[in-house]
Design a protein around this ligand. Structure first.
Ligand code: HAH
Length: 329
């Protein structure tokens, strides 16, 4: 086999960059696979607010710097994840000295300072940012109830994008979310992007997480979502792809998936990558949320300490059947 046939990112070089989420451990333990098959990374948590900015006057950049240095050394792209989210955010940012919620003005000032500091530090290294993550509510509400919304108000998303654009005018700014193909949520995301564009807010793309499973969603539903998002005229990136072996609400555990489950996963990967290739004009990146099945966030979500096998490489770092299928076109 020649090199192109055995490197995923080489094989897809005329389509889109192929990324993987890494963390401070896997950047070393999984480096061989990473360097061979991927040409983009996302830091799984190391650029989230609480890891970069644990206290008002304390920034902790060293782990993120270490990972980004490795990416640079190997000419890999870096996606920044994430500036504003309702989780993994230091509580101090919302509170004053008495433990009361700060005013809108104070929170805006604090987040603008954070964005300036982080984006300017990485402006030569990070080409795209998940500026706001998961701001749309599940269920019937429009925006998710969060401290950002409560303290700043409904215009917080546009404020954040405006600060991000000012901090690094060259960065591609993404809105990122999950459950993006479910029609109710999809349509709310589209509404949000429309509203932002109407107000000429600098939003440059939509990040579709892609935490899917072997039973859901259907390829038709994904395709329908791509078509609807495409009408917005913005690029799409698949930002956090993995294919769980469990249905979302299934809390049971298994020792290992059945051959039929592996088969379903293989077919799912094969079909979605064929679909990604079909939409290459609007898809500008595909990132999987991890590298190999020995280390995945799904081992602890939504059930703690439950093994999962959602990726393209197995627990021994060998390519799975799904890998071979997405290489075969
Ligand atoms: C993602 N959320 C986050 O964007 C990412 O930062 C994290 O490491 C893992 C998954 C997905 C998600 C969630 O947080 C809550 C419910 C459903 C899905």
């Amino acid at each position: 086999m020649n090199n192109q046939e055995f490197s995923l990112s080489q094989k897809y070089k005329d389509y889109f960059p192929i990324g993987a989420a890494v963390n401070r451990k896997t950047i070393t333990s999984h480096q061989e696979l990473l360097l061979r098959h991927f040409n983009s990374i996302t830091l799984e948590s190391e650029m989230k607010f609480e890891l970069l900015h644990p206290a008002e006057n304390t920034y902790t950049f060293s782990t993120a710097d270490m990972i980004i240095d490795i990416a640079k050394k190997h000419n890999m792209k870096v996606r920044g994840h994430t500036l504003v989210w309702h989780r993994q955010t230091s509580e101090w940012v919302f509170l004053d000295r008495n433990g009361e919620l700060v005013s809108r003005e104070v929170l805006l000032e604090r987040i603008e300072e954070h964005i300036n500091r982080v984006m300017s530090r990485y402006k030569n290294d990070v080409y795209s940012w998940d500026v706001v993550n998961e701001a749309i509510a599940e269920g019937t509400d429009y925006l998710r109830d969060s401290k950002w919304l409560t303290i700043i108000g409904k215009d917080y998303v546009e404020k954040i994008f405006t600060y991000a654009h000012r901090a690094d005018p060259k960065a591609q700014l993404f809105y990122n979310d999950y459950d993006v193909v479910i029609p109710e949520k999809r349509d709310k995301i589209i509404r949000l992007i429309r509203e932002l564009k109407q107000k000429e807010v600098p939003v440059h793309g939509i990040g579709l997480q892609g935490h899917w499973n072997i039973y859901f969603p259907s390829i038709d539903l994904i395709k329908e979502a791509f078509d609807k998002y495409a009408e917005l005229g913005l690029p799409l990136q698949i930002t956090e792809l993995d294919v769980s072996m469990y249905e979302f609400h299934d809390k049971s555990k298994m020792d290992k998936p059945s051959p039929e489950m592996y088969e379903k996963q293989t077919i799912f990967y094969e079909k979605i990558f064929a679909l990604f290739r079909e939409y290459r004009d609007i898809i500008t990146g595909v990132t999987v949320w991890g590298i190999a099945d020995d280390k995945t966030w799904l081992d602890n979500f939504p059930v703690r300490d439950r093994k999962n096998w959602p990726l393209l490489f197995d627990t021994s770092h060998q390519p799975k059947e799904a890998f071979h299928k997405i290489m075969d076109f």
